[in-house]
Write a protein that binds this ligand. Structure first.
Ligand SMILES: Cc1cc2nc3c(=O)[nH]c(=O)nc-3n(C[C@H](O)[C@H](O)[C@H](O)COP(=O)(O)OP(=O)(O)OC[C@H]3O[C@@H](n4cnc5c(N)ncnc54)[C@H](O)[C@@H]3O)c2cc1C
Length: 489
């Protein structure tokens, strides 16, 4: 029986398993639903190549979910998550930007001013993760952590043209988007890649630790339910190769990601009591699981480049996104790779949306994917921010001599246009939020322990209590590093 059983070997779970098993006296069991590769040499080339997103319709290492992004008119879509050791970090875009001081000020406020999640408290943890080859010597960086971080040395011509357009439009240049003082402006995206390889936390943390005798990892193992003895979590049920089984542990940690950790809690009886009873699930504890999640939304401006950039089609950028423009809670993203041949995309990301989503179970059957409703654009504040931001992006396209595929209305019914071009950045967070015990929306405490039960923690993007102003990957690794320190004491 393990001291700690971790469900999910994704971005957070891989960090946690390595950190906890660094103590030889502590035994760690990690169960991952997707395949486990035990060395970099055996990882499929597609997963290593930082220049492609390995999320095509043919690949098997994904969870796929139908979602409803908006309600009126309905905008159906489909999202994916990594179902593989390394999780979504094994299939993602390698953008590795830290959340901002303002995000942690908001996070701390949700905890009544608790300093544990202040920017000063998390900065050393962000540093511990990285090996930054551009700014490693700066006091806010490190050059010795497990995850290599670098920016494109020679940006593709589309990224260079975007940066030039931003500067010509009067935006500042931000040399280091991960500097604590980085404000608005255009800058090169720090990426977790090295020599063209995507370095997930599985590669940077977990795989080098696999020969530890106190670390035991199983792939192909789908955890279906948490077992409780009264209100104490004591084990999990799983399916492996079609066989059902149970494993017991002193402590269970869910690192199954913001969708599956929440679904597991609900299936195990932690959630809204009325809904659980309606599905025939015995209630263990009442909690606001799945309500009020956040996800970065994107408005996509598709365009083609004029003749002077035509040669760009032959370029192969090192990563999907080499530069971004930050304008408050808006992130403008000039994708360096084409998702449709000949067509490029400039994304307008709303990073701190006020509209929030809901995750709920369809049935109690673990084989049924949960229902995900984003409720994007329900808040007028969000629509107003985008109405103001889209013309900025359109102006940058004009400066790049790019031609939008569809005309962007200057005024009038811009809202209908927003709905027609609505997408998601797939950064879903906050399904099991951290907060004070008297906060009805809080599911975990400031040390990631689930309220109302013992022996159960959540360590992944589920716990983030506020929208983050930047993409979540660097932050989910930071959460896991920080939680590992709590769980080790
Ligand atoms: C296509 C794509 C591109 C992205 N690009 C970026 C980017 O460039 N930059 C950025 O900042 N963010 C990006 N993101 C988001 C970011 O990668 C994720 O938010 C982050 O990796 C989530 O980490 P996590 O540990 O919470 O979950 P995950 O990394 O998803 O890990 C969850 C793990 O748990 C396993 N699991 C789930 N359920 C079970 C179960 N019941 N039993 C056993 N195992 C289970 C899964 O298989 C998975 O391995 C992207 C996401 C996607 C999908």
């Amino acid at each position: 029986m393990a001291d700690t059983l971790i469900v999910g070997g994704g971005s957070a779970g891989s960090v946690l398993a390595e950190r906890l098993s660094a103590d030889p006296a502590h035994s760690v069991r990690l169960l991952e639903a997707g395949p486990l590769w035990t060395s970099t040499e055996t990882v499929p080339a597609e997963l290593l190549d930082a220049a492609v997103l390995p999320i095509g319709p043919e690949v098997e290492w994904l969870w796929r979910y139908p979602v409803t992004l908006a309600d009126d008119p309905p905008v159906p879509a489909s999202i994916v998550r990594g179902k593989v050791i390394g999780g979504s970090g094994a299939v993602n875009g390698c953008y590795f930007v830290r959340a901002t001081a303002a995000d942690f000020a908001a996070w701390s406020r949700r905890l009544g001013g608790c300093a544990e999640w202040s920017f000063d408290a998390v900065l050393p943890v962000y540093r511990r993760i990285e090996r930054d080859s551009d700014f490693g010597e700066q006091p806010w960086h490190s050059s010795s952590g497990p995850i290599p971080v670098q920016r494109s040395a020679v940006p593709s011509s589309v990224s260079a043209a975007f940066t030039a357009a931003c500067l010509a439009a009067g935006f500042a240049e931000v040399p280091d988007l991960n500097a604590p003082t980085a404000g608005d402006g255009v800058g090169a995206v720090p990426c977790n890649c090295y020599q063209g390889r995507r370095i997930s936390s599985a590669l940077g943390y977990l795989l080098p630790a696999l020969d530890r005798p106190n670390l035991n990892v199983a792939g192909g193992t789908y955890v279906t339910r948490i077992r409780f003895d009264g209100s104490r979590a004591v084990g999990v049920d799983y399916v492996r190769d079609g066989e059902l089984g149970t494993e017991w542990a002193d402590r269970i940690v869910l690192s199954a990601g913001a969708i599956e950790s929440a679904a597991l809690l609900l299936r195990s009886g932690i959630g809204d009591p009325d809904r659980l009873r309606a599905l025939g699930i015995p209630v263990v504890h009442a909690a606001g699981v799945g309500t009020g999640f956040s996800d970065h939304l994107e408005i996509g401006l598709d365009y083609v480049l004029d003749a002077d950039y035509a040669s760009d089609a032959a370029e192969s950028p090192a990563v999907a996104l080499e530069s971004v423009l930050e304008v408050g809670d808006i992130e403008i993203r000039p994708y360096a790779m084409s998702f449709t041949p000949g067509v490029r995309r400039l994304g307008v990301g709303l990073m701190r949306p006020h509209s929030s989503g809901v995750l709920r179970l369809r049935t109690a059957d673990p084989a049924d994917a949960p229902v995900l409703e984003h409720h994007y654009l329900t808040e007028e504040r969000d629509r107003a921010r985008l109405r103001a931001a889209v013309p900025i992006a359109a102006g940058l396209l004009r400066r790049m001599n790019a031609r939008p595929l569809a005309s962007i209305p200057e005024r009038g019914d811009l809202d209908a246009w927003l709905y027609a071009n609505l997408d998601t950045l797939q950064h879903l967070s906050g399904t099991c939020r951290m907060g004070l015990e008297n906060d009805p929306a809080a599911v975990v405490d400031e040390r990631c322990r689930v309220y109302g039960v013992t022996g159960l923690s959540i360590v992944d993007l589920s716990v983030v209590p506020v929208p983050l102003g930047r993409g979540p990957q660097a932050t989910v690794l930071m959460i896991a590093e920080k939680a590992a320190a709590y769980l080790a004491t």
